[in-house]
Write a protein that binds this ligand. Structure first.
Ligand SMILES: NC(=O)c1ccc[n+]([C@@H]2O[C@H](COP(=O)([O-])OP(=O)(O)OC[C@H]3O[C@@H](n4cnc5c(N)ncnc54)[C@H](OP(=O)(O)O)[C@@H]3O)[C@@H](O)[C@H]2O)c1
Length: 281
């Protein structure tokens, strides 16, 4: 079995490859990277693979049985790039695509979901075997701003009392490796919330506890939250995506308590306490 993983130079892809190396012979793993040099320290074969260059993709997928498709960041062309890869996979004789999707993508109202939903649909319509890994938000997306919250004493969002179940990139990378190494995950759709569920008030309390400085959760209306994110230096399109997702998270759209993720990786997922500690060190 040969498994190829796109985004091999990225944070999720490289972690997935490191974990997969412990599960199958590294000779059967191929990293696919836009710039192979950036993935040269992974200790596996790396092939050039650019989502924007469909004419090169069939050759790059030669001999691949299982393809892990890690999406690119949100962009106007993302769905088209994913469709290119699916077509190339089919032409190259790939048997299964493992797609790194998002929680509840088939029904979620979050604005970035249509690319994921349509990618899932295209994989199935192509007649390929599949595994859909519907990821929650990464802890790291939320913990990267904690030092600013500690400085100001306020953790700000538009999420209200919504409960979330994030997981770390490492947790989710191990899930990629687990399903890539085992054909029994064929034609399955997994919702992958982390084990721990909490509100942003709980997150603020944990930050207070670990930092020794009082941090309170402050809820803003969505438009004011977008202005706050813009002022913190994010481009407006990114502020809008975050505010939209966190607004919907108030109503449970970034929540999954199935514990499927910990079942797949064979251990509890990263705790809130450990995610905050990792961010503060
Ligand atoms: N669940 C969440 O909370 C969450 C948060 C953020 C993102 N995501 C999604 O999860 C994906 C993986 O996350 P990550 O943390 O690993 O992101 P990352 O570190 O930014 O990795 C993205 C990967 O995509 C590659 N890539 C970008 N454009 C490409 C192209 N045209 N052709 C081929 N490869 C290309 C990058 O290659 P280079 O190294 O060459 O740039 C990189 O390897 C993201 O792309 C995004 O869709 C999820």
């Amino acid at each position: 079995m040969t498994v190829a993983i796109t985004g091999a130079s990225g944070q999720l892809g490289s972690r997935a490859i490191e974990n997969l190396k412990t599960r199958i012979d590294p000779e059967n793993i191929i990293g696919l990277a836009r710039s192979p040099d950036k993935a040269s320290d992974l200790g596996i074969a790396v092939r050039a693979f650019d989502y924007t260059k469909p004419e090169t993709q069939v050759a790059a997928l030669e001999g691949v049985k299982t393809l892990v498709l890690i999406p690119t960041g949100a962009s106007a062309d993302r769905l088209g790039w994913h469709l290119n890869v699916i077509n190339a996979a089919k032409a190259a004789g790939v048997h299964r695509i493992i797609y790194v999707s998002m929680l509840k993508t088939d029904v979620s109202p979050i604005s970035i979901m249509p690319d994921h939903k349509k990618t899932e649909e295209a994989i199935r319509a192509a007649g390929l075997a599949y595994t859909m890994l519907r990821n929650p938000w990464y802890y790291e997306i939320w913990t990267r701003t904690l030092s600013a919250a500690i400085q100001s004493g306020e953790l700000i969002s538009t999420i209200g009392n919504g409960k979330v179940t994030p997981a770390s990139r490492q947790d989710l990378a191990e899930a990629v490796a687990a399903v890539a190494a085992d054909d029994r995950h064929e034609n399955k759709i997994y919702e992958l919330g982390g084990d721990e569920q909490f509100t942003f008030a709980d997150l603020a309390a944990e930050v207070s506890r670990q930092s020794g400085k009082e941090v309170r959760y402050k809820n803003l209306p969505q438009d004011e939250y977008i202005e706050f994110l813009n002022a913190s230096g994010l481009p407006e399109w990114q502020s809008e995506i975050i505010a939209d997702a966190e607004g919907h998270a108030e109503h449970g759209w970034l929540f999954d308590d199935s514990k499927t993720l910990s079942g797949l990786i064979g251990r509890p997922t990263t705790t809130l306490k450990d995610a905050v500690a990792a961010a503060l060190t």
